[in-house]
Write a protein that binds this ligand. Sequence first.
Ligand code: KIV
Length: 271
Amino acid sequence: MASSSEEKKITTHTLQEMKRRGEKISMLTAYDFSLARILDDAGIDVLLVGDSASNVMAGHETTLPITLDQMIYHASSVVRAVKRALVVVDLPFGSYQGNSKEALNSSIRIMKESGAHAVKLEGGKEVKESVERILSAGVPVMGHLGLTPQSIYKFGTYVVRAREEDEAKKLIEDAHLLEEIGCFSIVLEKIPASLAARVASELKIPIIGIGAGGKVDGQVLVLHDVLGINKEFNPRFLRRYMSLYDDIKKATEKYIEDVKSKSFPNEKEQY
Ligand code: KIV
Protein backbone atom coordinates (compact mmCIF):
# COMPACT_ATOMS: atom_id res chain seq x y z
CA MET A 1 0.00 0.00 0.00
CA ALA A 2 1.44 3.38 -0.96
CA SER A 3 1.79 5.99 1.74
CA SER A 4 0.41 9.51 1.61
CA SER A 5 1.98 12.53 3.23
CA GLU A 6 -0.91 12.62 5.71
CA GLU A 7 -0.03 9.12 6.88
CA LYS A 8 1.50 8.95 10.34
CA LYS A 9 5.25 8.69 10.72
CA ILE A 10 6.59 5.31 11.79
CA THR A 11 8.17 5.37 15.26
CA THR A 12 9.79 2.69 17.41
CA HIS A 13 6.45 2.55 19.21
CA THR A 14 4.62 1.85 15.91
CA LEU A 15 6.89 -1.16 15.34
CA GLN A 16 6.08 -2.60 18.77
CA GLU A 17 2.37 -2.15 18.01
CA MET A 18 2.79 -3.89 14.65
CA LYS A 19 4.35 -6.88 16.38
CA ARG A 20 1.54 -6.94 18.93
CA ARG A 21 -1.14 -7.10 16.24
CA GLY A 22 0.83 -9.50 14.03
CA GLU A 23 1.52 -7.07 11.17
CA LYS A 24 4.87 -7.79 9.49
CA ILE A 25 7.45 -5.00 9.32
CA SER A 26 9.08 -4.17 5.96
CA MET A 27 12.63 -2.84 5.99
CA LEU A 28 15.17 -2.15 3.23
CA THR A 29 18.54 -0.48 3.14
CA ALA A 30 18.94 2.97 1.60
CA TYR A 31 21.98 5.14 1.14
CA ASP A 32 20.94 8.09 -1.04
CA PHE A 33 18.19 10.67 -1.45
CA SER A 34 16.66 9.59 -4.77
CA LEU A 35 16.11 5.91 -3.98
CA ALA A 36 15.10 6.60 -0.36
CA ARG A 37 12.35 8.90 -1.67
CA ILE A 38 10.94 6.10 -3.88
CA LEU A 39 11.05 3.52 -1.06
CA ASP A 40 9.36 5.90 1.37
CA ASP A 41 6.71 6.79 -1.19
CA ALA A 42 6.07 3.05 -1.73
CA GLY A 43 5.29 2.73 1.98
CA ILE A 44 8.36 1.00 3.43
CA ASP A 45 8.22 0.93 7.25
CA VAL A 46 11.94 1.16 8.09
CA LEU A 47 14.92 2.38 6.09
CA LEU A 48 18.28 1.14 7.26
CA VAL A 49 21.30 3.21 6.33
CA GLY A 50 23.40 0.09 6.55
CA ASP A 51 27.15 -0.11 6.70
CA SER A 52 26.65 -2.36 3.65
CA ALA A 53 27.13 1.02 1.94
CA SER A 54 30.78 0.08 2.31
CA ASN A 55 30.18 -2.80 -0.14
CA VAL A 56 27.45 -1.61 -2.48
CA MET A 57 28.22 2.11 -2.65
CA ALA A 58 31.99 2.19 -2.19
CA GLY A 59 33.02 -1.22 -3.55
CA HIS A 60 34.89 -2.45 -0.48
CA GLU A 61 35.05 -6.18 0.17
CA THR A 62 33.78 -5.83 3.76
CA THR A 63 31.81 -3.37 5.88
CA LEU A 64 34.88 -2.49 7.95
CA PRO A 65 36.36 0.46 6.03
CA ILE A 66 33.35 2.80 6.07
CA THR A 67 33.79 5.75 8.42
CA LEU A 68 31.43 7.60 10.76
CA ASP A 69 31.61 10.71 8.54
CA GLN A 70 30.66 8.64 5.49
CA MET A 71 27.73 7.03 7.34
CA ILE A 72 26.51 10.49 8.38
CA TYR A 73 26.70 11.67 4.75
CA HIS A 74 24.58 8.72 3.56
CA ALA A 75 22.17 9.04 6.50
CA SER A 76 21.56 12.76 6.02
CA SER A 77 20.80 12.15 2.30
CA VAL A 78 18.24 9.48 3.25
CA VAL A 79 16.65 11.55 6.02
CA ARG A 80 16.07 14.47 3.62
CA ALA A 81 14.01 12.13 1.40
CA VAL A 82 11.81 10.56 4.03
CA LYS A 83 8.34 11.62 5.14
CA ARG A 84 7.07 8.46 6.84
CA ALA A 85 9.64 5.69 7.38
CA LEU A 86 11.73 5.22 10.51
CA VAL A 87 15.39 5.82 9.61
CA VAL A 88 17.91 3.62 11.42
CA VAL A 89 21.66 4.12 10.94
CA ASP A 90 24.43 1.57 11.46
CA LEU A 91 27.21 2.57 13.82
CA PRO A 92 30.24 1.71 11.69
CA PHE A 93 33.07 -0.58 12.76
CA GLY A 94 35.40 1.15 15.22
CA SER A 95 32.90 3.80 16.29
CA TYR A 96 31.45 2.02 19.34
CA GLN A 97 33.51 -1.02 20.34
CA GLY A 98 36.34 0.91 22.06
CA ASN A 99 34.35 2.15 25.03
CA SER A 100 30.84 3.29 25.88
CA LYS A 101 31.75 7.00 25.78
CA GLU A 102 32.94 6.62 22.20
CA ALA A 103 29.72 4.74 21.39
CA LEU A 104 27.65 7.56 22.86
CA ASN A 105 29.62 10.26 21.02
CA SER A 106 29.28 8.41 17.70
CA SER A 107 25.52 7.99 18.21
CA ILE A 108 25.07 11.64 19.14
CA ARG A 109 26.94 12.69 15.99
CA ILE A 110 24.69 10.49 13.85
CA MET A 111 21.49 11.81 15.45
CA LYS A 112 22.58 15.48 15.42
CA GLU A 113 24.25 15.65 12.02
CA SER A 114 21.93 13.39 10.00
CA GLY A 115 18.55 13.80 11.71
CA ALA A 116 18.07 10.00 11.81
CA HIS A 117 15.73 8.37 14.31
CA ALA A 118 17.76 5.46 15.75
CA VAL A 119 21.08 3.64 15.55
CA LYS A 120 21.93 -0.03 15.07
CA LEU A 121 24.98 -1.87 16.33
CA GLU A 122 26.28 -5.42 16.21
CA GLY A 123 26.78 -7.75 19.17
CA GLY A 124 25.28 -8.80 22.49
CA LYS A 125 26.91 -9.00 25.92
CA GLU A 126 30.18 -7.50 24.59
CA VAL A 127 28.46 -4.20 23.75
CA LYS A 128 26.10 -4.06 26.76
CA GLU A 129 27.69 -0.96 28.33
CA SER A 130 27.73 0.90 25.02
CA VAL A 131 24.06 0.11 24.37
CA GLU A 132 23.10 1.24 27.90
CA ARG A 133 24.99 4.49 27.57
CA ILE A 134 23.49 5.31 24.16
CA LEU A 135 20.00 4.52 25.47
CA SER A 136 20.56 6.69 28.54
CA ALA A 137 20.99 9.67 26.20
CA GLY A 138 17.57 8.96 24.69
CA VAL A 139 18.80 7.43 21.45
CA PRO A 140 16.81 4.33 20.37
CA VAL A 141 19.01 1.30 19.64
CA MET A 142 18.38 -1.65 17.33
CA GLY A 143 20.52 -4.74 18.00
CA HIS A 144 22.04 -7.10 15.41
CA LEU A 145 22.90 -10.74 16.18
CA GLY A 146 23.79 -13.88 14.24
CA LEU A 147 26.00 -13.18 11.25
CA THR A 148 27.48 -9.82 12.19
CA PRO A 149 29.53 -8.70 9.17
CA GLN A 150 31.79 -6.39 11.21
CA SER A 151 33.23 -9.58 12.79
CA ILE A 152 33.89 -11.30 9.47
CA TYR A 153 37.61 -11.70 10.21
CA LYS A 154 36.73 -13.52 13.45
CA PHE A 155 34.18 -15.81 11.71
CA GLY A 156 36.37 -16.25 8.62
CA THR A 157 33.32 -16.97 6.43
CA TYR A 158 29.78 -15.74 5.70
CA VAL A 159 28.14 -19.15 6.37
CA VAL A 160 24.97 -19.59 8.47
CA ARG A 161 25.64 -18.80 12.17
CA ALA A 162 24.39 -20.41 15.38
CA ARG A 163 23.86 -23.90 14.00
CA GLU A 164 25.81 -25.30 16.98
CA GLU A 165 24.16 -25.45 20.39
CA ASP A 166 26.69 -23.21 22.16
CA GLU A 167 26.37 -20.38 19.67
CA ALA A 168 22.56 -20.73 19.58
CA LYS A 169 22.43 -20.56 23.39
CA LYS A 170 24.58 -17.41 23.45
CA LEU A 171 22.41 -15.82 20.75
CA ILE A 172 19.23 -16.46 22.77
CA GLU A 173 20.87 -15.02 25.92
CA ASP A 174 22.13 -11.99 23.99
CA ALA A 175 18.68 -11.36 22.49
CA HIS A 176 17.07 -11.42 25.94
CA LEU A 177 19.79 -9.13 27.29
CA LEU A 178 19.31 -6.60 24.48
CA GLU A 179 15.57 -6.56 25.15
CA GLU A 180 16.07 -6.19 28.93
CA ILE A 181 18.43 -3.23 28.61
CA GLY A 182 16.02 -1.45 26.27
CA CYS A 183 16.71 -2.11 22.56
CA PHE A 184 13.54 -1.45 20.56
CA SER A 185 14.20 -4.19 17.99
CA ILE A 186 16.82 -6.73 16.88
CA VAL A 187 18.02 -7.82 13.44
CA LEU A 188 18.84 -11.53 13.19
CA GLU A 189 21.07 -12.32 10.22
CA LYS A 190 21.59 -15.72 8.56
CA ILE A 191 20.65 -18.13 11.33
CA PRO A 192 18.41 -21.23 11.29
CA ALA A 193 14.73 -20.32 10.87
CA SER A 194 13.72 -22.39 13.92
CA LEU A 195 16.12 -20.46 16.17
CA ALA A 196 14.90 -17.09 14.83
CA ALA A 197 11.28 -18.19 15.36
CA ARG A 198 12.08 -19.09 18.98
CA VAL A 199 13.68 -15.69 19.63
CA ALA A 200 10.74 -13.87 18.01
CA SER A 201 8.25 -15.78 20.13
CA GLU A 202 10.15 -15.29 23.40
CA LEU A 203 10.78 -11.55 22.98
CA LYS A 204 8.24 -8.73 23.01
CA ILE A 205 10.33 -6.42 20.81
CA PRO A 206 10.16 -6.87 17.01
CA ILE A 207 12.67 -9.27 15.46
CA ILE A 208 13.64 -8.40 11.88
CA GLY A 209 15.19 -11.22 9.88
CA ILE A 210 17.58 -11.43 6.96
CA GLY A 211 18.09 -15.06 6.04
CA ALA A 212 16.31 -16.01 9.26
CA GLY A 213 13.07 -17.49 7.87
CA GLY A 214 9.49 -16.27 7.88
CA LYS A 215 8.52 -16.72 11.52
CA VAL A 216 9.96 -13.41 12.67
CA ASP A 217 8.27 -10.01 12.89
CA GLY A 218 9.69 -8.44 9.74
CA GLN A 219 12.18 -8.75 6.92
CA VAL A 220 15.14 -6.67 5.76
CA LEU A 221 17.17 -6.97 2.55
CA VAL A 222 19.91 -4.92 0.94
CA LEU A 223 18.27 -2.71 -1.71
CA HIS A 224 20.92 -3.31 -4.37
CA ASP A 225 20.35 -7.08 -4.07
CA VAL A 226 16.55 -6.68 -4.31
CA LEU A 227 16.90 -4.53 -7.44
CA GLY A 228 19.41 -6.89 -9.04
CA ILE A 229 22.14 -4.27 -9.32
CA ASN A 230 24.63 -6.84 -8.00
CA LYS A 231 24.87 -9.99 -10.06
CA GLU A 232 27.51 -11.83 -8.05
CA PHE A 233 25.68 -12.05 -4.68
CA ASN A 234 23.20 -14.93 -4.75
CA PRO A 235 22.48 -16.25 -1.27
CA ARG A 236 19.54 -18.62 -0.81
CA PHE A 237 17.60 -16.10 1.29
CA LEU A 238 17.59 -13.39 -1.39
CA ARG A 239 14.54 -12.69 -3.54
CA ARG A 240 15.30 -10.40 -6.49
CA TYR A 241 12.47 -8.20 -7.75
CA MET A 242 14.32 -6.66 -10.72
CA SER A 243 17.40 -7.18 -12.89
CA LEU A 244 18.60 -3.61 -12.93
CA TYR A 245 22.17 -4.58 -13.81
CA ASP A 246 20.98 -5.82 -17.21
CA ASP A 247 18.50 -2.97 -17.72
CA ILE A 248 21.04 -0.24 -16.88
CA LYS A 249 23.69 -1.91 -19.05
CA LYS A 250 21.27 -2.12 -21.99
CA ALA A 251 20.20 1.52 -21.56
CA THR A 252 23.83 2.63 -21.40
CA GLU A 253 24.74 0.64 -24.52
CA LYS A 254 21.81 2.23 -26.39
CA TYR A 255 22.84 5.73 -25.24
CA ILE A 256 26.43 5.14 -26.42
CA GLU A 257 25.11 3.89 -29.77
CA ASP A 258 22.84 6.95 -30.16
CA VAL A 259 25.68 9.37 -29.37
CA LYS A 260 28.13 7.64 -31.71
CA SER A 261 25.56 7.40 -34.52
CA LYS A 262 24.63 11.08 -34.00
CA SER A 263 20.93 10.14 -33.51
CA PHE A 264 21.07 11.86 -30.12
CA PRO A 265 20.27 14.69 -29.73
CA ASN A 266 17.66 15.11 -32.47
CA GLU A 267 15.98 18.36 -33.55
CA LYS A 268 13.46 18.28 -30.70
CA GLU A 269 16.16 17.68 -28.10
CA GLN A 270 17.96 20.95 -28.62
CA TYR A 271 17.34 24.71 -28.25
O1 KIV B 1 24.37 -3.08 6.69
C1 KIV B 1 23.35 -3.73 6.38
O2 KIV B 1 22.88 -3.70 5.24
C2 KIV B 1 22.74 -4.56 7.41
C3 KIV B 1 21.64 -5.48 6.97
C4 KIV B 1 22.21 -6.65 6.27
C5 KIV B 1 20.77 -5.88 8.10
O3 KIV B 1 23.12 -4.51 8.52
